[in-house]
Design a binder for this molecule. Structure first.
Ligand SMILES: Cc1ncc(C[n+]2csc(CCOP(=O)(O)OP(=O)(O)O)c2C)c(N)n1
Ligand SMILES: [Mg+2]
Length: 556
């Protein structure tokens, strides 16, 4: 083995002898990474040693399961909008993290996975090495758009740079780098200053801007739909909405782009009504899935799409106009083209319609009671992390959200159990604001082992576990649609308060919205470790009539 990375660089080439692992860690730091969420193992030992040697430049947050490591990285990425990194061993380590990687893909989240491999010469030979898995690169390639294997120390920094560039290019999303057990520790002279590739230039199609501006100017009932891709364009979306007096619909990933206190900010059920009336829909960083698949489309509706992924706009149907690139700059050009535009206010109309829809949604009174308590205590910039549970479904429709990146929802994967560990990552990356994870008793036990991580790393996350003793959503469907033939939906739970306390967390039980408010007040004051609040609840009214709604126009 060669000299350590602290050896004197050769003045001729400014290269320093370093290991693959050291070059990789140096490149991560050069890309602004300050944390690696990880679970170690022999395949990656030199990587962890390099992380140790990097000292304060980069922290390692180890979790209790690989899914936790990947979800923490995902939560950190969603809360900050910046790339994050996790590392796991090959085979089972990779597979354990796969649901989180899949979710990161579905959410276009920049999560870089550093995955171990068996020794280089043994790959693909089926010899039965520790953690060997058939065609690991092929499995990874189904989960991310960019993957590569680091084969030499000299390649490491450039491949890290490529991975970061890929995560930010076109449709953003996760990437993966593998490295073999015998390559991490190999050393060679490598560039002292690792490359950082600038993002590729994104020309804006001015003809398409002109066409979009023309259609929006002429539109009588424009509607904007904001998805996850609009999170970094909140200022522009709000400005355009004001100019056009166009309502902004957001469901899961787009919540918070337009402040819920703006009467033009709508969620799914009112959004569907507006979709039915619209003559122009502007989709910003959204698949428009509900509109296209459920509510219908016809000749009277022109669709304009803004999307980072050139292939996205035509997936369902060819739009009238497609603008490819980052939403912020594109919207800025559109706003500039619409400067002279003026419309009478729709506030009175929208306030009335919001109130009317709210009366229908009052059917979800039990959920609303708890959501009101949460909103009253969670500061405006506090982050709410959603789950696949009754309070979560209602939150998507009803929780007021004030700022971008303060409502984290798993998007179309809607994978049960993502919440607690994802929220932990969000809270770790944003120690300056309180993060609240809400979860059912079913979803919580998917990653509740990470309470140990929260205590160990003193992450002050608050979780509310709404405990109905069931996979409540499944149970209700069995009651209502399968003649009450209940199967596999009843749950035997631990005493959640004692369970959390046994990890060293603070924990209490709240039975009413009032008690929940008081408990949240106490929890958000704590900044030195985790808190759990258990809320025992009965079965709750179904939200589904407000989510899966019939067609309002044309054909599907
Ligand atoms: C990974 C994954 N597995 C299974 C499901 C199906 N599923 C949706 S909701 C649900 C039950 C959720 O139970 P709980 O977390 O207790 O919430 P509740 O409905 O009781 O409020 C299940 C099993 C899913 N969405 N994701
Ligand atoms: Mg439940």
């Amino acid at each position: 083995m060669g000299k350590s990375k602290h050896s004197t660089p050769s003045p001729a080439d400014m290269a320093v002898r370093m290991t693959t692992a050291e070059a990789t860690v140096g490149a991560l730091i050069a890309h602004g990474i300050d944390t690696v969420y990880a679970l170690p193992g022999v395949h990656n030992d030199p990587l962890f040693d390099a992380l140790f040697k990097a000292g304060d430049h980069i922290r390692t947050v180890h979790t209790r399961h690989e899914q936790g490591a990947a979800y923490l990285a995902l939560g950190a990425a969603l809360a900050t909008g910046k790339p994050q990194v996790y590392s796991v061993v090959p085979g089972p380590g990779l597979l354990n993290s796969a649901a989180a990687l899949l979710t990161a893909y579905g959410m276009n989240a920049p999560v870089l996975a550093l995955i171990g491999q068996i020794s280089q010469s043994a790959i693909g030979r089926g010899l039965g090495h520790l953690h060997e898995i058939r065609d690991q690169p092929g499995i990874i390639a189904r989960l991310v758009d960019f993957r590569a294997r680091i084969r030499t120390p000299t390649q490491a920094a450039a491949l890290v740079a490529q991975a970061f560039r890929a995560m930010a290019t076109g449709r953003p999303g996760p990437a993966a780098l593998e490295c073999a057990i015998d390559v991490w520790g190999r050393s060679a002279p490598a560039a002292a200053t690792p490359p950082v590739l600038p993002p590729p230039p994104q020309p804006i199609d001015e003809d398409a801007i002109g066409e979009a501006a023309k259609r929006l100017t002429a539109a009588k009932r424009p509607l904007i739909v904001a998805g996850g891709g609009a999170q970094d364009a909140a200022t522009e979306v709000a400005e355009l909405s004001r100019l056009l007096q166009a309502p902004v619909l957001a469901y899961r990933r787009g919540r918070g782009v337009l402040d819920s206190r703006d009467p033009l900010s709508v969620t799914l059920p009112l959004g569907r009504e507006l979709w039915g009336e619209a003559d122009v829909v502007l989709g910003v960083g959204t698949r428009l899935f509900y509109g296209y698949t459920q509510w219908g489309i016809d000749q009277e509706l022109a669709v304009i799409r803004i999307d980072a992924d050139p292939e996205e706009p035509e997936r369902f149907a060819r739009p009238a106009v497609a603008l490819i690139g980052d939403a912020g700059p594109i919207l800025r050009h559109l706003i500039d083209a619409l400067r002279a535009h003026h419309r009478p206010s729709r506030h009175a109309e929208m306030e009335e319609r919001q109130a009317k829809m709210r009366r229908r949604l009052d059917k979800l009174a039990p959920q609303i009671g708890f959501l009101d308590a949460i909103r009253a205590e969670l500061p405006e910039d506090g982050i709410f992390v959603d789950e696949v549970t009754q309070i979560g479904f209602a939150a998507r429709l009803l929780l007021p959200v004030y700022k971008p990146r303060t409502f984290l929802s798993p998007g179309y994967q809607d994978n049960l159990g993502w919440g607690y560990a994802t929220a932990l990552g969000a809270q770790h990356a944003r120690p300056d604001v309180p993060v609240l994870s809400i979860t059912g008793d079913g979803g919580f036990l998917f990653t509740s082992n990470e309470l140990a991580t929260a205590t160990h790393h003193r992450i002050p996350l608050t979780v509310i576990v709404f405990n109905d003793g069931a996979f409540g959503n499944v149970r209700r469907i069995q009651e209502e649609q399968y003649g009450n033939r209940l199967i596999a939906s009843d749950l035997t739970n631990p005493d959640f308060v004692r369970y959390a306390q046994s990890f060293g967390a603070k924990a209490e039980r709240a039975r009413t919205p009032q008690q929940l408010r008081a408990a949240l007040k106490r929890a958000f004051k704590r900044r030195d470790g985790p808190t759990l609040i258990e809320v025992p609840v009965p079965a709750m009214p179904s939200p589904w009539e407000f989510i899966f709604m019939p067609r309002v126009r044309g054909v599907r």
